[in-house]
Design a protein around this ligand. Structure first.
Ligand code: ZN
Ligand code: ZN
Length: 210
């Protein structure tokens, strides 16, 4: 059954919720990609977030389902690569929160379930539909269920299209509805900051890994 799930950083300054979510309202995966691993390691949260095979549990859903009630000023975002993926975290306590594209006009939202209500997230979201990018996994993942990359892309593109056609992309709290710019100035690993790269494209990012 779909319902709301509370979302919070560890210290509680960033608070919000995912509205009306559940197994039929989005897709849950365990992502083993090297960038997801690098992100949580960079924040010093690997032990808490990664599973035994270095996987990160994420829930991908429509962008307007995310509501932030407080702590928007604590949000930080970083590009770990030269690709479009933008990784969001809470500056106050280094909690990894979301993955998006660099612009709100490419409405993609993947929420780290680590930030969701621990007591209710598994019951509400259901189990992961599959593990993705297992070639980056640690240890033997021969027995874990996997989701093929094209399937994941197809599901995400359907949501992106729906958010674009409906105008719901403008309801994401992470981007300015006027121009699609992120509400936090993106950092880069070389210490510079700036907008999304010109080649901001989800497919380009994912194609790299196939
Ligand atoms: Zn915090
Ligand atoms: Zn990943």
């Amino acid at each position: 059954m779909a319902e709301d799930l509370r979302l919070s950083c560890i210290c509680g300054k960033v608070r919000g919720r995912l509205r009306d979510v559940g197994p039929g309202k989005g897709d849950r995966y365990v992502c083993h990609c090297d960038d997801c691993q690098a992100f949580v390691r960079r924040l010093g949260r690997a032990e808490e977030v990664l599973d035994a095979h270095a996987g990160t549990s994420v829930y991908q859903t429509r962008v307007a389902k995310l509501v932030l009630d407080s702590g928007v000023d604590q949000l930080a975002a970083i590009h770990l690569t030269d690709k479009a993926t933008l990784r969001w975290y809470a500056r106050c306590c280094q909690t990894p929160l979301f993955n998006t594209m660099g612009s709100g006009k490419q409405p993609f939202l993947s929420v780290l379930t680590f930030a969701l209500d621990e007591d209710r997230r598994d019951e509400t979201l259901g189990p992961p539909s599959g593990h993705v990018f297992t070639k980056f996994a640690e240890g033997d993942v021969g027995n874990v269920p996997t989701t093929a990359t094209p399937v994941m892309i197809y599901r995400a593109l359907k949501r992106i299209l729906a958010d674009r056609l409906s105008g719901d992309w403008k309801r994401s709290p992470l981007f300015d509805p006027a121009d699609g710019r992120p509400v936090a100035t993106p950092e880069r690993l070389d210490g510079t900051s700036g907008q999304a790269p010109a080649d901001a494209n989800m497919l380009a990012h994912i194609e790299k890994r196939r």
